[in-house]
Write a protein that binds this ligand. Sequence first.
Ligand SMILES: Cc1cc2nc3c(=O)[nH]c(=O)nc-3n(C[C@H](O)[C@H](O)[C@H](O)COP(=O)(O)O)c2cc1C
Length: 173
Amino acid sequence: MMDMMTGILTRRSVRKYTDQPIPEDVLEAIVDAGLHAPSGRGSKTWKFTVVTNRDKIQKLASAIAEELNRTGYNMYNPTVLIIPSNLRDSKFGKEDDAVALQNIFLAAHAYGVGSCWINQIQGICDTDRIRPVLDEFGIPADHVVYGMAALGYQEGDGGIHEFERIGDVEYVR
Ligand SMILES: Cc1cc2nc3c(=O)[nH]c(=O)nc-3n(C[C@H](O)[C@H](O)[C@H](O)COP(=O)(O)O)c2cc1C
C-alpha cells in the first residue's frame, strides 16, 4: 500500500467510474477510515450511510436533479455513495463530516478506488424531494448532510497530473 504522503500528493477527484464493484473488505476499510477521523471535542455525532445499490444512488441523484432543476445530473453514477450525516445542532458537525470525507477519499485512493466530493445536497437535504429519500436510507430526521463521497474504480487511464501546490504559504521564522 502506498505511503501516506504519496497518497496525499497523488489523490485526485475521479468523475468517471467503471461498473467494477468495490470488494466488501475494501469498502469496510474505507468506511473505517472515516470513523477514525478527528472530530470536535471528540463528539463523533456522525453517522455514515453506505449506499451500494446503484439504483438507490440514482434515486437520490434524481431527487437532487429535480430540486436543483439540473437535467441529467447523476453524481457521476458512482458504484458506492457514502453519506456522512450529523446532528443538525452539532456545533462542529460540518467540520467533522468534512474531515471524515477527506479520510474516506485518502483511504479509497490507497486501495486504488477513485472518489469525488458531491456537494449539491448541502442546504437542500430537508426539502420535500430529498428528505423522503434520506428517510428511506435510514438517515435520522435530526441529521443533516453537508457533502457525500462518490466512490468507484476510475474509468480511463487515471493519469495523475503533475502535482501543483496551489495557495499562498508563508513561513514566519
Ligand atoms: C467543499 C468541496 C466541495 C466539492 N464539491 C464538488 C462537487 O460537488 N462536484 C465535484 O465534481 N467536485 C467537487 N469537489 C471537488 C473539487 O472540485 C476538487 O477537489 C478540486 O477541483 C481539486 O481537484 P482534486 O480533488 O482532483 O485535487 C468539492 C471539493 C470540496 C472540498
